[in-house]
Design a protein around this ligand. Structure first.
Ligand SMILES: [Zn+2]
Length: 477
């Protein structure tokens, strides 16, 4: 019998990895084994340690990976899987492949830097810390990627075919509809990946793709995210609040630090700031986009502008490439990045990673957090256990580069930028289903969010919903 095993993002919001095994045939030959997503665990140490564990079936027996989108908590374990012997195809939409092409090598570089840092501080330890994978290893796994457009069916074996449908979460993001033909029965499985905003284009300027998640779904079994299963996003326009935070900071001579995912989210913020400057709502101060992939990220963003909401397309048409805007600096090299520290005039610094788990944002935070003149603005989800979560939740200090850094800067969060549907939006989308699934497993949520969403779905929709557990194996009946 076919089964699914939840290898990650069960009880937590990172490490998305779900194994489908189509079941052995009468001769005992194993079935097709496919991984849906292959994400990195991030946040608390006990979760990050799971990145060092092998998959329960050996990597070389996994036949294919099907990716929902490029975020590292869904794609960042691929180089490790390849290192462990995986040699199959990795399916993804073309935009996801472009994004992984810059994100995975960057992740490898960060892993190397972390190991190097650890080794420098613990010189007496005879076993050196090793990177989970290197820049080169990440780069070499890109050759396994195979593009697949939305709505095109791909047959992987006589039992299993799949197609991508839109998830409206980030550029290239998709849900995976799987048709499984086993034991003489055809079943439809739906893996949602991360689900984008369903409605309210006006109040969700972080929303990228023009359409919401695909409506009218029919599935026998659903594996669904629950990140915001117990939350409602504000529906106000974030622009006045953003403008006011920037103006206040500039008035007291401080700088604004925005931790942001390097691709798409960062560019959205750049366009928003440009618009606020052009309309005179914020002063024209220098804007630094600090990322080793800063220039490539802008190019990928502009390449896919046909995917975006009308508002976003109008902004691109009106203002052209951010690479050509005066007073906007794109720091690619480490030297350019460090140079920003020397700037003592008010400025806006946008850097990754978005949850401050690594990357150049760390040195900006280490430098600017102790000064009450500055402001840190979060515009994305902060997973528990990450530095972003610590700072956002009002802590007095945060550990960066092994030092406790005092947090005196103002800390603000604009939830309107979220790329995840909130609870009412999730329920609104589920109401469009044309059939009631036999069972739904909730993944990718903190325990409280997942259980509240389960209760809401049971009550409002009368669905059979279960919260998935890590390593749990469920039969596909
Ligand atoms: Zn995501």
């Amino acid at each position: 019998m076919a089964y699914i095993q939840f290898l990650g993002a069960a009880g937590v919001v990172t490490g998305s990895k779900h194994l489908i095994n189509t079941g052995s045939d009468t001769s005992g030959k194993r079935g097709l084994q496919v991984l849906i997503d292959c994400g990195l665990f991030q946040g608390q140490k006990e979760w990050r340690e799971r990145n060092w564990q092998d998959t329960p079936v050996s990597a070389n027996e996994i036949d294919a990976v099907i990716l929902t989108h490029a975020h590292l908590d869904h794609s960042g374990w691929i180089p490790r899987l390849v290192k462990a012997g995986f040699q199959g195809p990795i399916y993804a939409t073309p935009a996801t492949i472009d994004l992984c092409g810059i994100l995975l090598p960057d992740s490898g570089r960060l892993q190397e830097e972390d190991a190097e840092f650890y080794n420098k501080r613990k010189q007496s330890k005879h076993t050196p810390a090793l990177p989970l994978y290197t820049f080169e290893e990440a780069q070499s796994c890109l050759r396994y990627f195979k593009p697949l457009e939305f709505d095109v069916a791909k047959q992987l074996s006589p039992e299993l075919s799949f197609r991508y449908v839109r998830a409206a979460h980030i550029l290239g993001s998709s849900m995976i509809e799987i048709t499984l033909n086993t034991d003489g029965v055809a079943r439809r499985l739906l893996f949602t990946g991360d689900i984008g905003r369903v409605r309210n284009h006006d109040v969700a300027p972080g929303k990228v793709v023009h359409s919401g998640p695909t409506e009218g779904e029919a599935a026998d079994l659903v594996v669904m995210e629950s990140t915001y299963g117990n939350r409602k996003h504000p529906t106000s326009d974030p622009r006045p609040e953003l403008a006011s935070l920037i103006k206040q900071t500039v008035q007291r001579g401080g700088s604004v630090i925005v931790p942001a995912f390097a691709v798409e989210r960062t560019q959205k913020v750049l366009f928003l700031l440009k618009e606020l400057m052009e309309s005179g709502e914020i002063p024209r101060i220098p804007v630094y986009c600090d990322s080793p992939m800063a220039i490539n990220a802008v190019e990928i963003y502009l390449k896919y502008s046909q995917e975006y909401s009308e508002d976003a397309r109008i902004l691109i048409q009106k203002y052209g490439s951010p690479l050509e805007w005066p007073a906007y600096t794109f720091a690619s090299t480490p030297a350019e990045s460090k140079k920003i520290n020397a700037s003592h005039f008010p400025s806006i610094i946008i850097s990754s990673s978005g949850m401050a788990t690594g990357g150049r944002i760390l040195h900006h935070l280490a430098q600017r957090l102790p000064d009450a003149k500055n402001t840190v603005i979060f515009i994305g989800f902060q997973a528990p256990g990450t530095r972003g979560f610590t700072i956002k939740s009002g802590a007095q200090t945060v550990k960066i580069y092994g030092e406790e850094v005092p947090i005196r800067a103002q800390v603000a969060a604009l939830e309107q930028f979220s790329d995840h549907a909130d609870t009412p939006e999730l329920l609104q989308w589920l109401h469009t289903f044309s059939t009631k699934p036999a069972v739904t497993y909730l993944v990718h949520g903190e325990p409280a969010a997942a259980s509240e969403l389960r209760n809401a779905m049971q009550k409002e929709l009368g669905w059979n919903v279960q919260v998935a557990e890590w390593m749990q194996r469920v039969d596909v009946r």
